[in-house]
Every structure is written in structure tokens, then in C-alpha cells.
Design a protein around this ligand. Structure first.
Ligand SMILES: C[S@@+](CC[C@H](N)C(=O)[O-])C[C@H]1O[C@@H](n2cnc3c(N)ncnc32)[C@H](O)[C@@H]1O
Length: 213
């Protein structure tokens, strides 16, 4: 992973500090909007949350069959403590540790992850996620983004981010090239309390003609 992990950046690998920082920036409202407007989960769906961190999104989901996976064992321990049997929480790399569940998931959430990954890592990740998604399933990503004419403060926050692979919308889209997804992007400039820009990609795995959401 290409990310800053020394000094103050090490602190955000600790679940309570990461959650505290996120919530001070307005993450509660941001996650709620992201769930309602983008993820749009339905009760009973099988959901995979890749790089779930402390699984903050789970508090905003209806009754779904939730699996969260993260490389950071402290985040997973925290999620288990908070959510207990509301979900399955796995320490591991999604490319290796859930690969037996082919075409099992209706919805895959990859929020705040891509900007920590180089292009090769991200491509490997998407190839493995493609295999895990149901034929008519939806994969959603959310990350900070570089935009032309971007507010100076938003650019400053991007420079300070621990993830070293913040991209333009076009470069994020390029990571899904050739995988057979039907992709839409949307930019949000008001999810957090601070000037900050996010891009969302909504990638659909193809679905039979005439089948709506
Ligand atoms: C910035 S955190 C995002 C946490 C959470 N999704 C959120 O939106 O608050 C990124 C997380 O992705 C995890 N991660 C990165 N690559 C991964 C992979 N291949 N498999 C599982 N977890 C991964 C990291 O350990 C880290 O906790």
C-alpha cells in the first residue's frame, strides 16, 4: 500500500483515533448521505465492505448479510467489539481471503481505499472483486479526488492525506477499464464539514435487459 504511516499518520491506524477524526470532520452525515444516495442497500442483500476499517458504515445499513474485511487487525477487533454478530469481520486481503465466495455479493463497498493503492494493486483488487460480485451486482468506490479549479483548502487536504494515490476522476475510471463494468461517476463537494471533494464510482456488473434497481 502506498501510504504515509510514520509520525502522526500512525495514529489513524488506531480505530478510536480514526473514528474520532472522521466524526469531527462530519463523517456521520457524510456516511448517511453516501448510504442513501449511492449505496442504496436493501434489506437482505449480501454486502462486502472492502477495507472496512472500523466498519462505521454498518451502523447506517438496514438488516443485511454484512462481511467486512481489512488488513488492519486493530480495526477488525474494534468492529467485532462494537457490532458483534451483526456482521462477519475478517482480517485479511480481499484478493486472497474471500475468493471462495464467487458471485456471492449483491453490493461491494470500497470506500476510502483506492487512494492508498498503486495502479497495479488496485487492478488486482478489482479483478478479484469482479469474481465475487453477482451478475447483476453493484460495486461502489468513494475517494478523495483532484479536480481542475479545485478549492485551495481541498487541495491542501489532499496533499496531507495519508494515501499517496489520490487521482483525477478519469484516472480512477481507468482502473476499471477492460473489466466489463458499466460505470458512472459522481463528484461530491459537500460531504464533510471542511472543503473537501470526493468522487464516487458506481460500477454495475451488467444485468438482464429491463431489470431495474
Ligand atoms: C482509509 S481506511 C477506510 C476505512 C473505511 N472504509 C472508511 O471509509 O472509513 C482504508 C482501509 O483499507 C484497508 N485496505 C487496503 N487495502 C486492502 C485490501 N486489499 N484488503 C483489505 N483491506 C485493505 C486498510 O487497512 C485501511 O484500513
Amino acid at each position: 500500500m502506498a501510504q504515509r504511516i510514520s509520525g502522526a499518520y500512525r495514529l489513524i491506524t488506531m480505530p478510536s483515533i480514526y473514528k474520532g477524526l472522521m466524526f469531527s470532520l462530519g463523517a456521520d452525515r457524510a456516511i448517511s448521505r453516501y448510504v442513501d444516495e449511492v449505496l442504496q442497500p436493501k434489506a437482505g442483500m449480501k454486502v462486502l465492505d472492502v477495507g472496512c476499517g472500523p466498519a462505521s458504515v454498518l451502523a447506517y445499513l438496514p438488516s443485511v448479510d454484512y462481511t467486512g474485511i481489512d488488513l488492519n487487525e486493530k480495526h477488525i477487533a474494534y468492529a467485532r467489539e462494537v457490532y458483534g454478530d451483526r456482521g462477519r469481520f475478517i482480517v485479511g486481503n480481499v484478493a486472497h481471503d474471500v475468493k471462495q465466495e464467487e458471485r456471492a455479493f449483491d453490493l461491494i463497498n470500497v470506500s476510502g481505499v483506492l487512494h492508498h493503492l498503486g495502479d497495479d494493486e488496485a487492478s488486482t483488487l478489482f479483478r478479484s472483486l469482479k469474481r465475487l460480485l453477482k451478475d447483476n451486482g453493484k460495486l461502489v468506490t468513494l475517494d478523495p479526488v483532484w479536480l481542475s479549479g479545485q478549492r485551495t483548502v481541498a487541495r491542501l487536504f489532499n496533499w496531507l492525506d495519508s494515501g499517496m494515490n489520490i487521482r483525477t476522476p478519469e484516472d480512477y475510471l481507468g482502473l476499471l477499464n477492460g473489466l466489463g463494468f458499466d460505470v458512472q461517476t459522481r463528484v461530491f463537494s459537500d460531504l464533510l464539514r471542511i472543503p473537501y471533494d470526493h468522487v464516487v464510482m458506481i460500477a454495475r456488473n451488467g444485468r438482464p435487459a429491463g431489470v431495474a434497481d
